[in-house]
Design a binder for this molecule. Structure first.
Ligand code: UT7
Length: 335
């Protein structure tokens, strides 16, 4: 009987740019306060890119760390999940692969906003299952602040910059680190809840110059919040069940760091106690696609996530798009 070639996590790394922006810093230029941001989002500070820094710069740093963690600098493909590519064309992944010295490997971007890491996992698992390669470097990186309107207090206080990466190798579905059943979904009927209205073919073919604010990211916060809670709860339940687990029995729960209140609401609905919920939103904010691998890398490095933990992962973002999966955390070096 043939066994499916699974994608197995064998390396992890992350990177955040050095510049810190506190809530007090934001309150100097926006009608907001440290108290409002902390109580409504759980964020105290975040990291932001310096002028001239692009997503590929973050991605290369995280990718290097993941390759080092795997103890072998090889990868046969690069998948980059991002909403902030260095340029609209071409994809950023080939430049990242070249800068990492990986040679002429297949490399492409995945655009699924904050669900990008889980969609990227599906792409990477597909490359492995199809026999394209047996080692995929999956990086999720966003210089999200580059598309944020500095005058929009509902988004400027949440979004931030960072990158996380995992190295996936071909292996058995039964071994630690094997990515479990992936549940993914989308609802394009609600695309207007999270969008950058201008800069794409719709606006460019009109021949009209866009209003300056239409070049920036915008989000209908309240509605997005409601859908995020609902979708992450339902998909997490489905992914856990498909793995043969009950959500309340998982050892660690890692959800896209959208908002601390969303994370509490989702884990409460799933019956997962607070101490099993991984979170780093207080110090890094919402880093888009990077959020999940950045959380995993930090948690593995500081011991909150250890080998043998049954881990449930979920994300939600623009599209709308969402997903969830499971894995048993493997022995991996952290850097
Ligand atoms: O990562 C992809 C998915 N993203 C998400 O899941 C994010 C989902 N949404 C959210 O996290 C929240 O909706 C926000 C953090 C964006 C907003 O929090 P909220 O608790 O939903 O606030 P709200 O939009 O309902 O606004 C409540 C009040 C309003 O004032 P009034 O109308 O009650 O007088 C806003 O004008 O808070 C005001 N407000 C602010 N006040 C100070 C909104 N943003 C701010 C701000 N500082 N930054």
């Amino acid at each position: 009987m043939s066994t499916r070639r699974a994608a197995v996590v064998c390396g992890i790394g992350s990177y955040v740019p050095p510049d810190v922006v506190t809530n007090e810093d934001l309150a100097r230029s926006l009608d907001t306060s440290d108290d409002w941001i902390r109580s409504r989002t759980g964020i105290a500070r975040r990291r932001v890119v310096a002028p001239g820094t692009a997503t590929s710069d973050l991605a290369v740093e995280a990718g290097l760390r993941a390759l080092k963690s795997a103890g072998d600098g090889r990868a046969g493909a690069v998948v980059l999940a991002t909403t902030t590519p260095d340029q609209p064309c071409p994809a950023t992944a080939p430049q990242v692969a070249a800068r990492l010295g990986l040679g002429e490997v297949p490399a492409f971007d995945v655009a699924a906003v904050c669900s990008g890491f889980l969609y990227g996992l599906a792409s990477a698992a597909g490359l492995i299952a199809a026999g394209v390669t047996d080692r995929v470097l999956l990086i999720a990186a966003d210089a999200f602040t580059t598309i944020i309107n500095p005058k929009d207090r509902t988004t400027a206080v949440i979004f931030a910059d960072g990158a996380g990466a995992v190295l996936l190798r071909a292996g058995s579905p039964r071994e630690p680190g094997a990515v479990g059943p992936l549940v993914l979904g989308s609802d394009g009927g609600l695309s207007h809840l999270i969008e950058v209205p201008a800069g794409g073919s719709r606006q460019r073919s009109s021949g009209r110059e866009p209003a300056p604010e239409d070049r920036f990211f915008r989000m209908v916060g309240r509605d997005t919040y409601r859908h995020a809670v609902e979708r992450m709860t339902v998909t997490s339940t489905e992914a856990a069940e498909r793995a043969g687990w009950r959500p309340c029995d998982v050892d660690r729960f890692a959800a896209h760091q959208a908002n601390a209140r969303i994370l509490e609401a989702v884990s409460e609905r799933l019956g997962i106690p607070g101490e099993r919920r991984l979170s780093n939103i207080a110090t890094v904010g919402n880093t888009g696609a990077a959020s999940l691998p950045l959380l995993l890398a930090e948690s593995a490095a500081d011991g909150r996530l250890t080998a043998g933990h049954r881990l449930l992962l979920t994300a939600f973002g623009g599209g709308l798009s969402w997903g969830a999966t499971t894995l048993v955390w493997p022995e991996v070096q952290t850097t």
